[in-house]
Design a binder for this molecule. Structure first.
Ligand code: SF4
Length: 321
C-alpha cells in the first residue's frame, strides 16, 4: 500500500511569531504548540516575519489596515504617515521568488501583514469597517494560487486541519513525482493515484479533471497543462470533505472488493461505513477495515490510491473527523 511516511521533512513557510520568535509589535510571540510539537515532525518550517524583514523594529508602533477592503493601506496606528503597504508587498514577492520549494504556508491570524482573511480594515476616522487580508499574505497568495495556505487558529478545527495537511502532502507529491521530470504521462499517473482523494472533496472536480486530461490536455502546451491541472486540483481539494462525500468515496472503493469478499465480510464493511455516516465512529474505523481487505484482495491500482494513506498515520487526523 502507498503509505505516506515521515522519511522526508516537507518545507512549509510559517509566520515567525508562531515558532516562538519574539518579533511581534509588543516584543512577544504567539508560539504554536501544534506547529512546534506535532507538525514539526513532518514539516521543515521556514519562518518569515514580514514586518521585521522590511526594517520595522521590535517592539514597534502597531500598524493596521485602513481604507478600501479590496486594496487597503497598511498604516501606523499612531502615525498614519507611516505607510508600509508597498514594502510588505515587495517582501511577499521576494519570499515567493526565493522559496519555490515551499509546499505550504501557515499564517498568523488577525495580523495586518500575515492574516489570511477576516483582518479588520478601518475607516480613515478609526472605526472598524470590514474585513480583508493582511498585505503580505494577500500578495503572497496571489503569487502562489495553488499553494496550500492556512491560518494557525483554523488548525484547531479537525476538518480544516485534515484538509490543510492533506493538501500539503498532495502538493509535495506533485513537486516530487511530476515537477521533477514533467510530462503529460506523469500528470495522468499522478491524477490516477489521487482520483479518490479528489472525489472525497469534490465530485465535480473529479469529473472535470478526468475529462480535461482525457480530452483537451494532449492538444495543449505542457506548461499550460501543468499550471491548469495543479491549480484546479488544489482548488477542488480545498473544499471541505463531509461524512456524505467520504461515505460515497468509501463505497466506490469497496466496489473493488465485491467479487473477492464473502457476504459476511461485505456486511461488516457496509456496517462500518454506515456507522461512520451516522457519526457513531470516525473515518479511521471504516478505513482501517477497508484497508485490511484491500491489502489482501485489492488491485495494484486501488492499493496505490493516495486517499488510503494521504499522510503519516502518526498524525492521527482521521481519528477526529
Ligand atoms: S504576524 Fe507576521 S508580521 Fe506579525 S509578528 Fe508574526 S510573523 Fe511578524
Amino acid at each position: 500500500m502507498n503509505t505516506a511516511t515521515l522519511n522526508e521533512l516537507i518545507p512549509v513557510g510559517v509566520s515567525a511569531c508562531l515558532l516562538g520568535h519574539k518579533v511581534r509589535y509588543d516584543g512577544g510571540h504567539k508560539r504554536s504548540k501544534y506547529c512546534l510539537n506535532v507538525l514539526s515532525e513532518c514539516f521543515e518550517f521556514k519562518p518569515f516575519c514580514p514586518e521585521v524583514s522590511i526594517g520595522l523594529s521590535t517592539p514597534r508602533e502597531p500598524i493596521r489596515l485602513v481604507g478600501d477592503a479590496e486594496s487597503p493601506r497598511v498604516l501606523g496606528t499612531k502615525d498614519p504617515s507611516l505607510d508600509v503597504t508597498e514594502p510588505l508587498k515587495a517582501y511577499a514577492a521576494e519570499v515567493s521568488d526565493n522559496n519555490k520549494d515551499l509546499c505550504g504556508y501557515i499564517l498568523m491570524q488577525g495580523s495586518p501583514s500575515c492574516g489570511m482573511e477576516r483582518v479588520k480594515v478601518y475607516h480613515e476616522n478609526g472605526m472598524p469597517n470590514v474585513a480583508g487580508s493582511g498585505a503580505y499574505a494577500d500578495e503572497f497568495m496571489k503569487r502562489n494560487p495553488a499553494l496550500p495556505v492556512e491560518e494557525e487558529g483554523r488548525l484547531n478545527d479537525p476538518v480544516l486541519r485534515e484538509n490543510f495537511i492533506t493538501r500539503v502532502f498532495v502538493y509535495f507529491s506533485w513537486q516530487k513525482e511530476v515537477m521533477s521530470a514533467p510530462s503529460l504521462h506523469e500528470v495522468i499517473q499522478f491524477h490516477s493515484r489521487h482520483k479518490y482523494q479528489l472525489m472525497a472533496h469534490s465530485y465535480e472536480g473529479y469529473k472535470l479533471l478526468g475529462k480535461y486530461l482525457a480530452t483537451e490536455a494532449s492538444q495543449l502546451p505542457l506548461e499550460e497543462v501543468l499550471d491548469t491541472y495543479i491549480l484546479e486540483l488544489m482548488t477542488h481539494l480545498k473544499k471541505r470533505a463531509s461524512r456524505k462525500t467520504h461515505t460515497n468515496t468509501l463505497m466506490h472503493i469497496m466496489g473493488y472488493l465485491k467479487r473477492d469478499i464473502d457476504t459476511e465480510t461485505k456486511q461488516d464493511l457496509l456496517e462500518a461505513i454506515e456507522q461512520y455516516r451516522k457519526e457513531e465512529v470516525n473515518l479511521v474505523v471504516p478505513l482501517a477495515l477497508l484497508k485490511h481487505y484491500l491489502k489482501r484482495f485489492g488491485s495494484e491500482y486501488i492499493q496505490s490510491q493516495a486517499y488510503l494513506d494521504p499522510y503519516p498515520h502518526e498524525l492521527g487526523l482521521r481519528n477526529y473527523i
